[in-house]
Design a protein. Structure first.
Length: 576
């Protein structure tokens, strides 16, 4: 292991799917779509079509199949833009029929690789936010050539192209996949794309580059803009559309600031497409103010990575972004199950990508641990392993994450380390005391249980041992309390997890250590930074205790800023 490598906290959510399965789902979506075409139904089909187009463009499909998939995304983008502008789109039936004809042309059936469009799944980017953006920027030509960066730029380019056409502008689009090191991507166009670029350039077109981001480097967007310049397009004819305005001085790509300033740029910003009751923004950790009281007792958050959250003006509803399309549907189904079981707060439904909950109230369980609480945690984990079970989970990436993070912190390897998988499920990944509210010993609710076990952070679907380990680590259970938890869980589930659990405690603590340190490095606000560093020190101590590892070198965290006094002096909860 290389102790100088970065901490590993983001997982590869790419998955393998049969193209025939994707086409079948799309065909079913289109058949169910009524003539009046609800916008949510169209967006669901649009996201599936964009994923299919992206997969076929990246894979070994024929040109005919790839072109058909591209046409399908374009048609559905047009249908979404039309439906957004009209209560009952006059051409909805015609466009739906066109989509069905196109999807039936796709014959490719092999396995394809799909990556999650993170903006649509996690970061509250609405597919039509870029249609709104197009109406706010000055388009300098009646001819526009749109280049989407795969993967999410595939869908964004379809929406942008459709909106431009609705505005009477002659627009066409293509997509590209930049390659190379994440901080120094390069883009190469195919011959057919070069020919299309030349035609557009000769027509004095404006060129639009679409993607989410920019990320830490800005490299992907820059690589496409510079590749267009390499094809003879003038820099002042290139417009970058992205989700947020970057601080160009902080971008990691070589000479990023100088390169970025060569082009016009417009950012979509925070979505304005919200449920009607989403009135008071509680993102960036502000939800703690409504649920946990005084800031002195707040747990740490990574503000930039928090889900977008709102509270209704009467403070009766809590709304959290769950995802668009199939991603939101999966989270909504889990929230509905949690609510129906009585384990989670009342779920009011799904609206515009957000899950709506009745505002939970009652004290968090941060200050005490009873036998009933242990019983509830065990029952919850057993229920979750059963209700949110998956057919398969591979622990190899989790093992690699734990090894990488341990080596990064201690310069040593975990010996004989292996994560067994016997009860694979979509785990909760939020087991700390402040995610539990206790009205009484008989009514204890689990908060925020639907969206974090299968997002872009670890663990992804894995053995339920991850959640039990999370409870043990976060509650800092004594040996007796730990045995009591496992006995309760064994009684509810029939799963004798003890023999495989220690490795999950190590993996969980290694993940949280890396997460806390990376979050602290990107969080300038002093009080939040102190909370994160306090947690990092705590996870480090837990890893040392679990492994018996001691280093003679002073910990780099030891001299770091201390957390607020209430956090620093609070004792680990004891079994009452």
């Amino acid at each position: 292991m290389n102790p100088n490598s970065e901490f590993h906290i983001f997982r590869d959510s790419r998955r393998q799917v049969r193209a025939a399965e994707l086409v079948a789902h799309l065909h079913a979506d289109l058949l169910r779509m009524p003539g009046s075409a609800r916008l949510d139904d169209i967006l669901n089909a649009l996201l599936r079509a964009g994923e299919l187009e992206c997969a076929l463009a990246d894979g070994s499909a024929s040109d005919d199949d790839a072109v058909a998939a591209s046409e399908l995304t374009t048609f559905l983008g047009q249908l979404a833009v039309t439906c957004d502008a009209e209560v009952v789109p006059h051409n909805a039936r015609m466009l739906s029929a066109a989509c069905l004809r196109v999807v039936r042309k796709i014959k490719f059936t092999d396995t394809v690789s799909l990556s999650t469009p993170e903006g649509f799944a996690h970061y509250a980017l609405h597919p039509l936010d870029y249609a709104d953006l197009v109406t706010r920027v000055k388009i300098r030509s009646q001819v526009v050539f749109v280049v989407g960066i795969r993967s999410i730029g595939t869908i964004l380019s379809g929406v942008v192209c459709a909106k431009l056409r609705q505005l009477g502008i002659n627009a066409e689009r293509t997509t590209v996949r930049p390659s190379g090191h994440p901080y120094q991507r390069h883009c190469q166009f195919a011959d057919s794309q070069r020919q299309a670029i030349v035609r557009a350039r000769n027509a004095n077109a404006e060129f639009i580059v679409c993607d989410e981001g920019p990320g830490r480097s800005g490299s992907s967007l820059l690589s496409v803009a510079e590749a267009l310049e390499g094809e003879g397009v003038a820099a002042d004819h290139i417009l970058i559309l992205c989700s947020h305005e970057p601080d160009v001085s902080s971008l990691c790509a070589p000479n990023a600031a100088r390169r970025w300033r060569r082009y016009r740029c417009a950012a979509a910003g925070m979505t304005r497409r919200l449920p009607a009751s989403a009135e008071c923004c509680a993102g960036g950790g502000e939800w703690r103010r409504y649920l946990l009281g005084a800031p002195e007792s707040w747990p740490a958050v990574w503000p930039q990575m928090e889900r977008l959250t709102y509270v209704s003006s009467d403070e009766c509803e809590l709304l959290t972004f769950e995802g668009h399309g199939a991603y939101g549907a999966a989270a909504a189904a889990r929230n509905d199950a949690l609510s129906s079981s009585g384990l989670g707060p009342r779920y009011l439904g799904y609206d515009a990508g957000f899950g709506r909950h009745l505002m939970p109230c009652g004290p968090s369980l941060s200050r005490g641990l009873s036998s009933e609480v242990l019983n509830r945690i065990a029952k919850y984990c057993a229920w979750r392993a059963r209700e949110f079970a998956v057919t398969h989970a591979d622990a190899s990436d989790l093992e690699q994450m734990a090894q990488t993070n341990f080596a990064r912190e201690f310069g040593a390897e975990l010996e004989n380390f292996e994560l067994g998988v016997e009860r694979p499920a979509v785990c909760d990944n939020r087991m700390a005391p402040h995610y539990w509210l206790g009205y009484s010993d008989s009514q204890i609710l689990k908060l925020d249980g639907a969206i974090h076990g299968d997002d872009h952070f670890f663990p992804g679907p894995c053995d339920i041992g991850w959640d039990l380990a999370g409870a043990i680590v976060e509650w800092e259970l004594s040996p007796d309390a730990r045995e009591s938890l496992l006995a309760h869980y064994r009684r509810f589930s029939g799963d004798d997890i003890a023999r495989r659990l220690s490795s999950y405690e190590l993996a969980y603590a290694a993940f949280r250590l890396g997460w806390s340190k990376m979050a602290a490095a990107s969080t300038p606000e002093a009080e939040e930074n102190a909370r994160l560093l306090f947690d990092a020190r705590r996870y480090r101590r837990i890893l040392q205790r679990l492994t018996g590892y001691r280093t003679r070198q002073s910990s780099p965290l030891r001299a770091a800023a201390r957390a607020p006094q209430a956090r620093e002096t609070s004792a680990a909860p004891e079994l009452l």
